[in-house]
Structure formats: C-alpha cells, structure tokens
Design a protein around this ligand. Structure first.
Ligand SMILES: Nc1ncnc2c1ncn2[C@@H]1O[C@H](COP(=O)(O)OP(=O)(O)OP(=O)(O)O)[C@@H](O)[C@H]1O
Length: 261
C-alpha cells in the first residue's frame, strides 16, 4: 500500500479472510475533474477505518463508492460484506412515525416477522440508550436523540459494515463526546466494521482504528495513522490521543495551506 505509517505497524500481508474490504487503485472524476486517484486501503473485520481530509476533497464520494451509490472510473473493490448500512449527517427520520416505528419501517425489506422487527428495534434503541424514548415522535426528540435513532435504525438491520458520513457533524461538542463514547462501547461492538468520514480530528482518534489522511485535487491517501489504544479505553482527556489529534490537525492545516483551501 502506498501509505506512510506514522503510528503502529504497517501490514503488507496478502489478503486474508480477516479483511472485509480491500480497495485498490480507486479513481473517480466528475466532469473530467479528478476527485479521487489511486486510493488503496484495507479494512480488517471489527475495525473502524476513517477518512480524514479537507472539505470537498472527496471523502463522501469515496464512501458512496464503497456503498455502491456511485461508480468509480477505475480500480477495484473486493468485499466480503453481506450487508452495509449508511448513516448520514442528518437523521432522515420519518416525522409521522415514532422512534421505534421508524426502525421497524426500515426493516420492512428484510424477511422478518413483525415480532422480530420490534425485538430488533428495541434492542438497537437500548444500544444507543434510548429505550425510554421509543414511543416519541422525531419532533419530541432532541437533535442528538434523533441522530441516535438513526444510528439504532442502521444497527437494527444487523449490518457487518457501517458507513458513517460525518454522523455527528450537526451536534455540539459535549453531545458529540457522549455519542462517541456510545460508539466506542456499543455501536462498534460485536466485531462490526465501519468506515467513518470526518474532518474532526478529535472524533477520529476517539472512535477510529486506522485513520487515512486524504489530500486534495485529486485526493490520494497521504498517510495512515493507527490509533494504538483499545477503543473502549479511549477518552478525550487521554494526553496521547490529545497529542495525536493535534498532530492530525496540523497535517490538515498543512494540506489546506498547500492547496490554498
Ligand atoms: N455527483 C456529483 N457531481 C459532480 N461533482 C460532484 C458530485 N459529487 C461530488 N462532487 C464534487 O466532488 C468533490 C468531492 O466531494 P465530496 O462530497 O466527496 O467531498 P467531501 O470531502 O465529502 O466534502 P465535505 O467534507 O465538505 O462534506 C467536490 O468538489 C464536489 O463538488
């Protein structure tokens, strides 16, 4: 992989079943303008990969390509994913349905009994600590609670890959921190893999395992950082993670300066 490693070990071993996703030489242009070029990365089962880069560099496009919502111009994707779920910046809940019914509705495409759909919805709401709010309608929930319902809705589909596009961007920092803790302990538990897009370096070091720093115009992976602290042991006060987040912020600033962003 053409990635520099700043923290931890680089694994150049050939594909193993533990890799749920392998992306090689991915490229994408819009109207002849290259946005992504030569993107290579691998995602191990149970790991959270992160795309960190300046605004407009192509992070969402990359996630959308992995989700099959966008076609790449070149490169290949080897996937061992059975089912993925996408979590967007905004919750996109149906306003006329309760929190629980929003989740039950999202499961209608799966061949499940009504009882099983309800069971899954309640279990997912428990994971995001919203059991007590299952009968509330979206307008009766705070912004953070609505986003937690959206996360629960994704979890209830039992995906083996979560694709998260700045899922906490609309929330203020204290709320983000609370949700990040939930993610580290509940959402990403049980060996679930995820790809997480953000331009917030604090979020990246708190929930992600492999952080890919993207350049701009076209975006390439400039570096890979491995967060060497187990997810369940991470905290915003950890001086090591704080320093790592600062280093990533400096890198992002340097990229912005280099490209005049
Ligand atoms: N469907 C599209 N058609 C044309 N151009 C597009 C399309 N989707 C994205 N782009 C362009 O591709 C570039 C990358 O967009 P993308 O949304 O992937 O960036 P991003 O890194 O996720 O940005 P942000 O952090 O601001 O959300 C942008 O210049 C954008 O205008």
């Amino acid at each position: 992989m053409p990635t520099a490693l700043k923290n931890g070990r680089q694994t150049d071993s050939p594909a193993t079943p533990a890799h749920v996703l392998e992306v090689e030489g991915l490229g994408k242009s819009f109207a002849g303008k290259p946005v992504l070029e030569g993107i290579d990365f691998r995602l191990m089962q149970g790991k959270v990969g992160c795309f960190l880069g300046p605004s407009g560099c192509g992070k969402s496009t990359l996630l959308r390509i992995v989700a099959g919502l966008e076609k790449p111009d070149g490169g290949r994707i080897l996937s061992r994913i059975r089912r993925h779920a996408f979590i967007f910046q905004e919750p996109r809940l149906l306003p006329w349905l309760s929190a629980e019914d929003n989740i039950v509705f999202a499961l209608r495409g799966q061949n499940l009994s009504e009882a099983e759909r309800r069971r899954r919805a309640r279990e997912a709401l428990r994971t995001v600590r919203l059991e007590a709010f299952r009968a509330q309608f979206p307008f009766e929930l705070s912004g953070g609670q609505r986003q937690r319902v959206a996360i629960a809705r994704a979890l209830a589909t039992e995906p083996d890959l979560l694709l998260m596009d700045e899922p906490l961007a609309s929330l203020d920092f204290p709320l983000r921190l609370a949700l990040l803790e939930e993610m580290a302990t509940g959402v990403f538990a049980d060996g679930r893999s995820a790809l997480y897009v953000t331009h917030d370096t604090r979020e990246a070091v708190l929930v992600c395992d492999d952080i890919y720093l993207l350049g701009y115009g076209p975006a390439r992976i400039l570096a890979r950082y491995e967060v060497p602290v187990p997810r369940e042991k991470r905290s915003a006060e950890d001086p090591f993670l704080y320093a790592m987040s600062n280093e990533l912020t400096r890198e992002l600033k340097a990229i912005a300066e280099r490209y005049g962003l």
